[in-house]
Design a protein. Structure first.
Length: 203
């Protein structure tokens, strides 16, 4: 396996198989809810609190012992957080499997469930390219508002509201269409994956 600590992808290879797995497969500049503020852990905590709160209210209305609802609230909260983080709010990733023995490239997205997005014959892949895409700020007023509030609280958000450039790794097909299989803001990561796939496909 070819993998680095801060890379957004991993590659596994054998004689007839190459698998590219990445959590970066969309050129997304982010929203007003910055990932540093609203993330999967925070969503898991909020959902766990909601479930624990519901259980607490049901027990308060039906059980006379005042200590039981409090204990149940804590236990449900502790049990729900890892469950929601691991199974409900787990990170989605794209997996592209180049299978030389079958002569196909299968693209799947895995989140709560695994979903096949596409399957193309390897013979139809005529090229692999890197394309740059610039993402401009779509809501400057919203960005300005968030920056103002964060500064008032002494919590600056590095990189928030900046124009971003993404590098897209694409498969070019014989019919003129393309498939994006990896997106990153770090050019040499995309180049590294590009070299591996070009070498495997021999194109």
């Amino acid at each position: 396996m070819i993998e680095a600590g801060d890379k957004g992808y991993s590659i596994t290879k054998s004689d007839s198989l190459l698998t590219l797995r990445t959590v970066h497969f969309a050129a997304d500049a982010g929203s007003v809810l910055h990932s540093g503020i609203y993330n999967r852990e925070f969503a898991s905590v909020l959902t766990s609190l909601a479930v624990a709160g519901f259980v607490y209210m049901v027990l308060v209305m039906n059980i006379k012992k005042p200590l039981v609802p409090h204990i149940a609230f804590i236990l449900v909260l502790i049990a729900c957080f890892p469950f929601f983080r691991r199974f409900i709010f787990k990170e989605r990733y794209m997996e592209t499997v180049f299978d030389g023995s079958k002569g196909t490239a299968e693209i799947c997205v895995t989140g709560i469930m695994r979903r096949k997005m596409d399957s193309v014959p390897l013979r139809d892949i005529v090229n692999v390219i890197i394309e740059s895409r610039k993402k401009e700020i779509e809501n400057p007023d919203g960005v300005h508002f968030v920056e103002k509030i964060s500064l008032q609280h002494g919590m600056a958000i590095p990189g928030f509201g900046e124009e971003k450039v993404f590098f897209l790794l694409k498969l070019i097909l014989a019919d003129g269409t393309d498939r994006v299989i990896y997106v990153d803001r770090v050019m040499h990561y995309v180049l590294s994956a590009y070299d591996e796939i070009k070498e495997f496909l021999k194109i």
